[in-house]
Ligand binder design. Structure first.
Ligand code: ZN
Length: 70
């Protein structure tokens, strides 16, 4: 579990992120989210900008939260 205050988030996340580990730019991969409906079933997955990741050197790093860079 991680906790980051709203004032610690950076600018709005775009489609890519400048990597501070290798100096290149990587595409940000956004996840999907589903919503539990009243009847107990889940909606179809839809793209969500809640959490974004990028890959560098075979590792997966957190790029953004709630559409903003971390
Ligand atoms: Zn990198």
């Amino acid at each position: 579990m991680i906790a980051i205050g709203n004032d610690e988030l950076g600018p709005e996340a775009g489609e890519s992120i400048a990597c501070d580990k290798c100096g290149y730019t990587h595409p940000i991969e956004f996840g999907t989210s589903r919503t539990l409906k009243d009847d107990g079933t889940w909606t179809e997955s839809h793209p969500s900008k809640l959490v974004g990741f990028y890959r560098c050197g075979g590792q997966l790093y957190l790029a953004s939260l709630n559409g903003r860079l971390v």
